[in-house]
Design a protein around this ligand. Sequence first.
Ligand code: FES
Ligand SMILES: [Fe+2]
Length: 455
Amino acid sequence: MTSTNGHSSNGHSGNGHGGNGSVPEGSVIGGQRPEGIDNGEYGWSQIGVHDLVPKLGYREYWYPAIEANKVGRKKYGFFGSRYGTRVKMLGEDVAIFRGKDGRFGAVWNRCPHRGALLSFGRCEFEGTISCPYHGYTFDETGVCVGALTEGPESGLNGKLRVKSYPTKVVNGVVYVWMGQTQPVPIEEDIPEEFFDKNFIVHTYSKVWPINWTVTIENSGDSHNSYIHRFRMRRLLNMEAFRQLPAYWSGTRVVGETDNSMGIAPTVHAPQQAYFPLMDAKWPKRVWFRPLKAWRRGVKTFTGKPYTNEYRLPSLTRVDTRNRVHCRWAVPMDENYSMMFTFGIMKGRTWWDRFFSRVYFQTMWRYFQIKGINELEDLPVQAFDRLDPAAPQKLGTNDRAIIHWRRKMPFKSRDAQRVWGHDTDQQAAIAADALLEATENFQPQPEDTKVVGAAR
Ligand code: FES
Ligand SMILES: [Fe+2]
């Protein structure tokens, strides 16, 4: 199953781990690969992370590129010229600049004259960007409206073009469409709360040294009861003293739609379990956890029967009692992603807005985004800490991941619009493979009883 779907259409085959690309053979994490095992670009795994899911992301979607207030800041704060802003997304270099009437321009970051980076150019005239080299000036649609050093009579004026991408601004964030096909209405790709006046959405973004697929898979797996078991900050909210199952007995995919899947853990575990080969118990100590576990799965913010959701192209939503922690991983290149976190809460008054902002910038930002996602999840998954091309042995707890790798690609707009017309049949084949791969999964009679959900 080493399909090149997605890779070839992105033009990035031959650029991968341990193959003939930038990483020399044998230099992958973990040292020399054993002889006789495929050293190819896609690793050894039969159902590896990149087999069907494109390394550089699905393309036929709107993606958040940058917060609007970070685009084209004046050089010296309040005065000086405005410049373009450089953004890397889906393997491409993009120059973003302020257009007219609150719009934004996004163009390929290479001047069609001699290749200078347009993002370093000034916005000499409203709604345009001028190349920093010879001053050829482009509008939001990528048309050269004035080749400044060629003069007003230049034949290039109105004819020379740089590739441009459609943009939209929603809730203070610039979204860019990088697909090969016509953009869809943006409402199809952005969470519904973003357009609902009863909700407040706050934004945080940071570059993560990680391939986007790794962090998306993390949100549907069983790491919770190990990585997030105990940290000092859990003293604050008493979580350190609450019961936590020793392990998960499986994950289930629930609430599947055309562009999403709901993920729920199956937990039938004691607080402490005996592992006979080690003649030891894990966790080692539980006496300090007398409080009852939070049953997060029982009541969610949106009323859905699960807490974790994946949405195409690269969103995850953790739905807790009073808010949604929504993360959108935008692939920059193979090893880096721009990680957007959107904090979604209810509220509509100025007071709600003010209070939620303070809460988001303090508690939420430091304890959830930094404390959990950046300090607990990321360090084990960053590109020099986890090798997605290494062989993988998936188990019962990875059922949602298998589903995500095998089935969601066929539901993607890339498959529906670009890959070909036999996607339904391919999806059926993938579904069979999915069942086969998980035949050892034994649902328990009470497996709706969810305690201790994933983050
Ligand atoms: S390289 Fe851009 S105007 Fe010459
Ligand atoms: Fe986590």
